[in-house]
Structure formats: C-alpha cells, structure tokens
Design a protein around this ligand. Structure first.
Ligand code: COA
Length: 324
C-alpha cells in the first residue's frame, strides 16, 4: 500500500507580539486570569496589510526548504483557513501565484480550528491515490482581523500565524490514518455570524459583527469530550495501545483542554508539544506550527509515532496518526 509521508515542515509567526500585560490595558482582564484559565502568555499579530497568504508563503517556503524541494515541485495545494485574504480566489490559488507556479489544483478548505487536519486528510488521499506527488498542506490565519477587541471573552484567546507541511508518496508509512467529524447542530456555540449570503447587517450598536462569538464553557466541555473520543477511535482503527504514541501534537487552544487529552492518553506533558503559551489559539495554523516547532527543536524525530488532533467551530474535530 502506498502512503503519504511528511517530507518537510515549516511555520511562521508575524513579528508583533501582544502580551497579556498589554491586553490588561485594552480590556478588563489580568495576566493571571489568562494564564491560569488558558495557559496563554502572548500572541502574535499580523502587521497592518499583512495577510493570511503573506504568513502562509513564509511557512510554505520553509517547509519546501526542509523537504529539499522547490515550489516548482508542488502539484497540489490544500489551504485550511477561516480568515481568507479574499472571498475568492481561494487562498490556495493566491499562494500558488505567490510561489510562481501554474496549473496545479489549489483548494481552499474551511473547517475552523480543524482546518489543517481536514486539509491534511484531503491531501493524503490525493497522494495515496497517485494524483499528487508533492502536496503543500497549509494552515494559516489572521484571526486578529476577526476579533472584537472590546470583548474579553474572546480577545485574549486568539492570535495569527501559519504552518505548512509537504506530503510525498512513500512505500513506508507515513500517515497511518486520519479521522474527521462535523456536528453542525452546535453552530450557535462558536461562530462568526455574518457572510456573503446571509449578509453583513450591523447590530444595534451599529457595528457589523465580523467577530468570533463563543460560549466558552460549553465549547470547553464538548471539546474535551470529542477529543477524548477521537483519540480512542484513532487508536482502535490502528489496533494500537495508547502507550505506542511517542508524541501528542494537539490543537493549541487552551492548556487545560490539552492536559485533559494528555491525561486520557496517560502521556506525561513532556511528550506533548506545547506552544499555546507563545501564540494563543491560531486556529488552523496551530497544529502545523506545533509540529514544525517539535521537529526543529529536535524533539520529534523520524520514525516516531505522532498523534495530531484538533477541535473547532462547526463543530469540527479530527485526528491524524503519523509515523514521522
Ligand atoms: N479576563 C477576566 N475574566 C474573564 C475573562 C477575561 N479575559 N473572560 C471571562 N472572564 C470571567 C467571566 O466573565 C466569568 O465571570 P463571572 O463568573 O463573574 O461571570 C469568569 O471569568 C469565569 O468565566 P468562565 O467562562 O466560567 O471561565 P472558564 O474557566 O470556562 O474559562 C475560557 C473561559 C474561554 C478560557 C474557557 O471556557 C475555554 O477555554 N473554552 C474553550 C475555548 C476554546 O478553546 N475555543 C476554541 C475552540 S477551538
């Protein structure tokens, strides 16, 4: 059986750092509250005019370099984001032009914080079916553009960034399995309530609500439950015991959610790649960024078994088990 294999990883964070101390001057919050409830210490914010595709281009070039490949090798782009530069063309098409390549399919995929896992699952199938030999899979966001900076419930949680991986076919594993789920009935608990078709009507305060809205406590509970069950599903599908996993690379939304999944896997936190303190929740970007940081720091090594997981608006949730 043919597998797709991760040939290289890359990531990029915009320069500007917004600390918890600075947020204390913007909304009614404290560094202590943010750290103890979420684990977040700082987040990076895209510069004015710097877009999701700007961030993605940096991550993509780093992933291609790490794989020893060039943009001319790429024959598929799958781009997970909820904060696209434009309504269309999709970010995959914009990135393709930026990389100076032509003609290959470039998909935009929106699954909120699970966007990268969903994109990885799609690209994996193209590669395994022999329809792509070098797939660029992106998770990138500029969530700072979709925040109500007067709402302490959400303003403290999110940040901007980009991550990328390159997939190539291989006879050796590889991506062992991916698992994706969606539950649209929970759409009211986490969303951005405007859009092209529904419209951009202002609310009573005159503002167009182009903001993330979230019922935090409910989302927290369902995230912990869903991630626990997808971990079981992934292990069962591969006939593996939890002790086989070398690294957990989770979506970086909240330290306490990550700890709950690690506990379920009976993994010490030293075997979890943790980056949430440095950039908050970067939605689709968080898993590929953490993957890249794990690899470049020398912790995640070739041949090790890595479990990726994410949960986000939709709700969407997913996992990927990878022999790196
Ligand atoms: N600073 C200070 N106080 C804050 C605050 C902030 N930034 N945000 C909320 N509070 C207050 C609340 O108003 C509430 O006050 P009250 O008790 O007087 O009403 C109190 O803190 C507790 O709020 P609560 O929502 O119960 O806190 P929590 O422990 O559930 O933590 C979240 C809140 C948002 C951090 C947590 O629910 C969470 O992480 N949820 C999941 C979010 C997530 O990961 N979303 C993305 C999924 S991909």
């Amino acid at each position: 059986m043919k597998y797709s294999r991760i040939a290289g990883t890359g990531s990029y964070l915009p320069e500007r750092i917004l600390t918890n101390a600075e947020l204390e001057t913007m909304v009614d919050t404290t560094d202590e509250w943010i750290k103890s409830r979420t684990g977040i210490e700082r987040r990076h914010i895209a510069a004015p005019g710097q877009t999701t595709v700007d961030l993605a281009e940096q991550a993509a070039r780093r992933a291609l370099d790490a794989a020893g490949l060039t943009p001319q090798d790429v024959d598929l782009i799958v781009f997970g984001t909820t904060t696209p530069d434009l309504i269309f063309p999709n970010c995959g098409a914009l990135l393709q032009a930026r990389l100076g390549i032509h003609g290959c399919p470039a998909l935009g995929l929106e699954a909120a914080c699970s966007g990268f896992i969903f994109a990885l699952s799609v690209a994996d199938k193209f590669v395994r079916m022999g329809e792509a030999k070098c797939a660029l899979v992106i998770g990138a966001e500029t969530l700072s553009r979709m925040l109500d900076w007067t709402d302490r419930n959400t303003a403290v949680l999110f940040g901007d960034g980009a991550g990328a991986v390159v997939l190539q076919p291989s006879d050796e594993p590889g991506i062992l399995s991916t698992h994706l789920h969606t539950e649209g009935s929970h759409q009211d608990l986490l969303n951005c309530p405007v859009g092209v078709s529904r419209g951009f009507a202002p609310e009573a305060d005159g503002r167009v609500p182009l903001f993330i809205r979230m019922a935090g406590a409910e989302v927290f509970k369902i995230a912990v439950r869903s991630l626990g069950s997808i971990v079981d599903e992934t292990l069962a599908a591969n006939n593996l015991d939890k002790s086989a996993i070398d690294w957990l690379i989770p979506h970086q939304a909240n330290l306490r959610i990550i700890q709950a999944t690690a506990k379920k896997l009976e993994m010490p936190m030293e075997r979890v790649i943790l980056t949430v303190q440095d950039h908050g929740n970067t939605s689709a970007a968080s898993v590929p960024m953490a993957f890249d940081i794990g690899v470049r720091s020398g912790r995640v090594k070739r041949g090790e078994l890595v479990l990726l997981e994410a949960f986000g608006g939709g709700f969407t949730w997913g996992s990927a088990l990878i022999r790196f």
